[in-house]
Design a protein around this ligand. Sequence first.
Ligand SMILES: N[C@@H](CCC(=O)N[C@@H](CS)C(=O)NCC(=O)O)C(=O)O
Length: 264
Amino acid sequence: MLLLYHGITSVCSAKVRVGLAEMGLAYDERVLDLQAGDQNDPEYLKLNRDAVVPTLVDDGLVVVESSLILEYLDRVHNGGALMPKGGAAEVAARHWLLRCLGVHDAINSLTFSTAMRDQVLASRTPEEIAAAIAKMPNPAMRAKRRDLMENGLASEHVSQALLTMCRTLGDMETALAQGDWMGGAAFGITDIALVSYVDRVERLGFAAMWDGGRVGGWLAAMRARDSYAAEVGGRIPAAAADRMRQAGSAHADEVVTRYRAVAG
Ligand SMILES: N[C@@H](CCC(=O)N[C@@H](CS)C(=O)NCC(=O)O)C(=O)O
């Protein structure tokens, strides 16, 4: 049986859950509470040394990195049905899977410089925040989180994030001009790989980034699928969603204005 270690509101976890549902794969789960620090459990660190989710275990084989997990599941357990076959379409899909590393980094920056930062600052003492950050095993991730908590939207990571999102959403618009889905007429692995990140932008209240574009319609179509309803919409508690939207929306004007300046 497939075993997924994941977090309910974690974007990288959500895209894997959507993938599992799209492929019709049953799985066991261990839900980690990232705010409580479950990811720092020494037993979990043996599976994922950076203390991040998701991690998939398939009959003893440990797979980390959400896009790699999606590709693995599709290839090994789904006959590769979600991956375009050969040529430019497959190159594009595989390129998007790689780009997800940067897209996640951008979404992490936008989340922790706005809504999450506000929530953490309001609910924890400076000592508790410092202690939680000190537990992050990866020095680069630790330094980034510290910077985002200290500087919010003034962090240098936010400028990079806005550039990444500008390129991502711009390239999505171009792709979606060719068909309803990222690969054209056929729904596929790229749609699943990207849904959580675009979903998070909307949940933060920053949907004006794609005003008048095709990305909004694509997100609505993704949200209408059973996989999203079962694994994202139906699993994120309404109170948590409301808190994020309210906290994020307070920063929407600044974020969207800066995004538009980058987009030109
Ligand atoms: N590139 C990785 C990113 C994994 C990652 O950073 N996951 C976040 C949740 S989306 C996490 O576990 N964060 C732990 C923390 O914030 O302490 C992937 O796509 O799997």
